[in-house]
Design a protein around this ligand. Structure first.
Ligand SMILES: Nc1nc2c(ncn2[C@@H]2O[C@H](COP(=O)(O)OP(=O)(O)OP(=O)(O)O)[C@@H](O)[C@H]2O)c(=O)[nH]1
Ligand SMILES: [Mg+2]
Length: 242
């Protein structure tokens, strides 16, 4: 699917939604996960971003065709000392945004481990999108696009490069991930009613089920974007989070 198919303006705040999907954002520390998410939810670059302590939660509702999808976004810390805490948030994730830094070969070399963990703990139908972040720093590039693209194909994940700084391609990984999950639902390979699928029906879909005993999706107007961010206290770390 061409990323150009996505229309950023089609992303809206909506009171109701058809599906709720759980996403995790994972990858080495400093790759720009928090900045990527901040750009996606706030449409601006987060200056002076500090290491994430444990996990931070935010959400955004997007529109894909006639369907409204609320994304629950779990931004995890990349630092090793938080690994056991952050892994506990992988459970039942429907989508994973796996981030490396194109100027850091070290962050690329560790991708397999992140992917293994996500596949072991996430939904059996986990959809993963690999993001090579910091594409604005071309002169310092250590990982070529072709190499990352090959890695993605070998590991059966989607791939693109983005810049949280410029905003380039920041929406695409989230929309691509949601769209792949939606296609799996429509194809019948993913059942939102199954525990651990990482997806559930939203109130809009449920209302339609109740009124017609059959799902259908009509159009509804709405134009504001809403995002929420909640910071969490991490038990056992002695740290009051964020
Ligand atoms: N040039 C450039 N810098 C970026 C970009 N995204 C993030 N950064 C910088 O990279 C550093 C780390 O960004 P974060 O978003 O905090 O990294 P993180 O992956 O969340 O790190 P942890 O929370 O420790 O796992 C910060 O100094 C950001 O300003 C980008 O697209 N381009
Ligand atoms: Mg972070």
């Amino acid at each position: 699917m061409a990323y150009a198919d996505y229309d950023a303006d089609a992303t809206e705040l909506l009171e109701t939604y058809d599906f709720l999907m759980k996403f995790i954002i994972i990858g080495e520390a400093g790759t720009g996960k928090t900045c990527l998410l901040h750009q996606f939810t706030h449409n601006s670059f987060k200056e002076h971003s500090q290491h994430t302590i444990g996990v931070e939660f935010s959400s955004r509702t997007v529109k894909l065709g006639e369907k409204r999808i609320k994304l629950q976004l779990w931004d995890t810390a990349g630092q090793e000392r938080f690994r056991s805490v952050t892994r506990s948030y992988y459970r039942g994730a429907a989508g994973a945004i796996l981030v490396y830094d194109i100027t850091s070969r070290a962050s690329f070399s560790k991708l397999s481990r992140w992917l293994e963990d996500a596949r072991a703990l996430g939904s059996p139908h986990l959809v993963t999108v690999l993001v090579g972040n910091k594409s604005d720093r071309e002169e310092e590039r250590e990982v070529e696009w072709a190499e990352a693209s090959r890695w993605a194909a070998e590991h059966d994940v989607h791939f693109l490069e983005a810049s949280s700084l410029s905003g380039d391609n920041v929406e695409a990984p989230f929309l691509l991930c949601a769209r792949s999950i939606l296609l799996a639902i429509e194809a019948g390979t993913l059942d939102p009613e199954k525990a651990g699928s990482g997806v559930s029906y939203g109130d809009r879909a449920l209302r339609r089920v109740n009124s017609s005993s059959r799902l259908s999706f009509g159009s509804l107007s709405g134009s504001r974007r809403k995002s929420t961010t909640v910071r969490l206290k991490i038990p056992g770390t002695g740290v009051r989070c964020c």
